[in-house]
Design a protein around this ligand. Structure first.
Ligand code: SF4
Ligand code: SF4
Length: 352
């Protein structure tokens, strides 16, 4: 069944960095920030029976200092697993990395997730990642590093493993995501070449991982294209309305369509049924880029109501059926469409 399994809070969009690929257009100049009492009330409102993990992200959440530690403590008191997503900008000196990790450990943090790649390297040296990685490992935290990749990226999971001296089966979570041209990347990386291997299929985050944005909007997913009314569950969020807003999302056939098949499938349907010009799947960087095209191309967006009119009964019927069979979880849906979701433009070109 679809229900929120995790919850993200974008505590601020201020960031000491201004990475070219930042989907939130964060920078030192961005002042969007949630009030700490509002964050704590939101944590109190989460249903800890279903929401198992809360991620504090941004922007740079560590800019909140002691307020972030209070939020982590409150989430732990509620029985939630906690994650902080950071660029490790503070870790240039081992002692600075250790000091921040000590504070996070004292607050009870479970997972430190480092976002770092070619784009971050312009601002944060790899030494800061190593120092922070080692300090967090020594403190017994789960450590993750996610690296965003374009076609010519120098950093990859394999290189990270190598330079960190970690084995292939390291218990650190090292992952790669393809560059999506959303946020600042739409202008600053307009000409970047996409990584050949990627997936464009069902979205496992919509409805399962809602987010409170630093502009106080409750979003249906991780908020990569948050200025999109269709993905906003509550434009002026109040914790007392959390359950009702989430239920609205779960009843929304468009969000369920994106969950079951992905935004590219909605685009493709509109292209086939109504003759709209939609890009080929291999020209789309990923699901969030497909969502951006769907919701921010006026002539395509205008056709969404007509597409829903024809498809909504089938979508909701399919969901009920999968739910009855115990196959409506994100992992089951993703594996059901795994083969169709793969995009290998390089391989396609070679075959032509
Ligand atoms: S990608 Fe992350 S580290 Fe870079 S500007 Fe955006 S929020 Fe900051
Ligand atoms: S694909 Fe769309 S719904 Fe899913 S996370 Fe990206 S923007 Fe959100």
């Amino acid at each position: 069944m679809i229900f929120p399994r995790s919850f993200a809070i974008h505590v601020t969009y201020t960031c000491p960095l201004a990475c070219a690929h930042c989907c939130f257009s964060s920078s030192p100049a961005n002042k969007d920030r949630l009030d700490i009492e509002h964050i704590l009330s939101t944590l109190d409102a989460l249903d800890a029976e279903t929401i198992k993990m809360v991620a504090f992200t941004g922007g740079e959440p560590l800019l909140l200092g002691d307020q972030l530690m209070r939020a982590i403590r409150r989430a732990k008191d509620r029985g939630l697993t906690t994650r902080v997503v950071t660029s490790a900008y503070f870790g240039r000196q081992p002692k600075h990395a250790a000091r921040i990790v000590d504070q996070l450990t004292a607050a009870g943090l479970d997972e430190l997730s480092i976002s770092w790649d070619d784009f971050h390297e312009e601002f944060v040296p790899f030494d800061a990642v190593i120092n922070t990685f080692k300090a967090a490992r020594a403190a017994g935290m789960t450590v993750a590093i996610n690296t965003v990749q374009a076609a010519d990226s120098k950093w990859s999971r394999a290189r990270l493993l190598d330079e960190l001296g970690e084995p292939e089966d390291s218990d650190a979570i090292l992952s790669e995501s393809p560059l999506n041209k959303t946020g600042r990347a739409r202008t600053e990386l307009e000409d970047a070449q996409l990584r050949p291997e990627r997936t464009v299929g069902p979205c496992p985050y919509v409805l399962t991982g809602p987010t409170l944005s630093a502009r106080n909007k409750l979003l249906a997913c991780c908020g990569v294209i948050q200025e999109t009314p269709e993905l906003v569950l509550d434009p002026d969020f109040h914790p007392a309305n959390l359950e009702e807003a989430i239920q609205r999302g779960m009843d929304d056939p468009l969000l369920n369509w994106i969950y079951l098949r992905g935004p590219y499938a909605v685009l493709a349907y509109i292209g086939t049924e109504f003759g709209a010009a939609v890009p080929a799947r291999e020209d789309v960087g990923g699901n969030c880029e497909a969502c951006h095209i769907l919701f921010h191309t006026p002539e395509i967006r205008a056709l969404i109501p007509a597409a829903l009119e024809r498809q909504q009964d089938a979508i909701m019927g399919e969901l009920r059926l999968l739910d009855a069979l115990g196959l409506a979880g994100p992992t089951e849906i993703m594996s059901m469409w795994a083969e169709e979701s793969r995009v290998h433009p390089a391989a396609l070109e070679a075959a032509e």
